[in-house]
Design a protein around this ligand. Structure first.
Ligand code: F6P
Length: 328
């Protein structure tokens, strides 16, 4: 597809939603309108692409959404798009609407699908990283991460009040199936005593040793932030074992869960989403294709889908040590 042939583009959100996706949709639609492109919104991610669930979007359709969480286009994880038949139907649906190029907002599953699709069919796609997990290579931050961290920090601040009042030790589990970015940032920003993430080996013995040290230093309560995907075992079982080893604290578990996925996006997420949405459309028009747009050192960069998916981005291990030292 020659870049000067791009006249009609479609935007969709896919995978888990993330605060700031709407701000990205708004930026895509308005930048496309500025360049006199026709723009369609695809409902329900790849599922809607397969079913031909596309509707025209104009500049007023995306008014009043920059501050809203979720995604006005809805989102889904599509099993059908993993099959060649599903992708063929999706291609035919895009052709029926004369769509020349797509903007996909989502995470690694979304870009894995986009990569395969772009290898099979000649439709340029630019991906915008939208996931609270911040686990994508090719961008320093993903849309939704900052908001999710702020939500988790507010929750820990509240738990701290009750932990302090009752001399309790709380395990607070935050999201991150395979990644510890949210946990690490939340732990540091909330002043938690320990952080347990999948990327760093932490033994139960080490954790118990640190907690005993805390008791000696007269720490009257404690907060341990753990990522959902940590390797110590189910958080409730870990808390139980800690309770058996240390009877000084009454030990509790709080799982913050999907609350982290909702809410009005932070200013940082709105800014990031606006820059990436704008850059995605201008990138397509400049001939970029089958890449994820991201922000690295505050500059917009494009990373081929293959690299964005296969390379991993891991949290800075030194920060785990720093979190422990600062919580002394
Ligand atoms: O990808 C973001 C994420 O929030 C993960 O951290 C979490 O494990 C997952 O989504 C849960 O998503 P869902 O409940 O939609 O399957």
């Amino acid at each position: 597809m020659a870049k000067d042939k791009i006249k009609r583009i479609a935007v969709f959100t896919s995978g888990g939603d993330a605060p700031g996706m709407n701000a990205a949709i708004r930026a895509v639609v308005r930048t496309a309108a500025y360049h006199d492109l026709h723009i369609f919104g695809i409902h329900n991610g790849y599922e809607g692409m397969i079913d031909g669930d596309l509707r025209r979007l104009d500049i007023r359709d995306v008014g009043n959404i920059i501050y809203r969480g979720g995604t006005i286009l809805k989102t889904a994880r599509s099993k059908r798009f993993m099959t060649p038949e599903g992708r063929r139907s999706a291609y035919e649906a895009l052709q029926a609407f004369d769509v020349d190029a797509c903007v996909a907002i989502g995470g690694d599953g979304t870009f894995t699908g986009a990569k395969v699709f772009s290898e099979e069919y000649d439709i340029p796609i630019i991906g915008i990283p939208g996931t609270i997990d911040n686990d994508l290579f090719g961008t320093d931050y993903t849309i939704g991460y900052d908001t999710a961290v702020n939500t988790a920090v507010q929750a820990v601040d509240k738990i701290r009040d009750t932990a302090d009042s009752h001399n309790r030790l709380f395990f607070v589990e935050v999201m991150g199936r395979n990644s510890g970015f949210i946990a690490l940032a939340t732990g540091i920003a909330s002043g938690a005593g320990n952080v347990v993430i999948p990327e760093v080996d932490t033994s139960l013995e080490h954790l118990i040793e640190l907690l005993r040290l805390g008791v000696k230093r007269k720490k009257m309560f404690g907060i341990i932030v753990v990522a959902e995907g940590h390797k110590l075992g189910p958080t409730t079982e870990v808390a139980q074992k800690v309770q058996e080893a240390i009877d000084f604290y009454d030990t509790k578990v709080t799982i913050i869960g999907h609350m982290q996925r909702g809410g009005s996006p932070s200013a940082l997420d709105r800014l990031l989403a606006s820059r990436l949405g704008f850059g995605a459309v201008e990138g397509l028009l400049a001939g970029e294709s089958n890449k994820m747009i991201g922000l690295v050192n505050n500059e917009v960069v494009f990373t081929p889908f293959g690299e964005a998916i296969s390379n991993s981005k891991t949290p800075n291990r030194n920060l785990v040590r720093m979190a422990e030292i600062l919580a002394i």
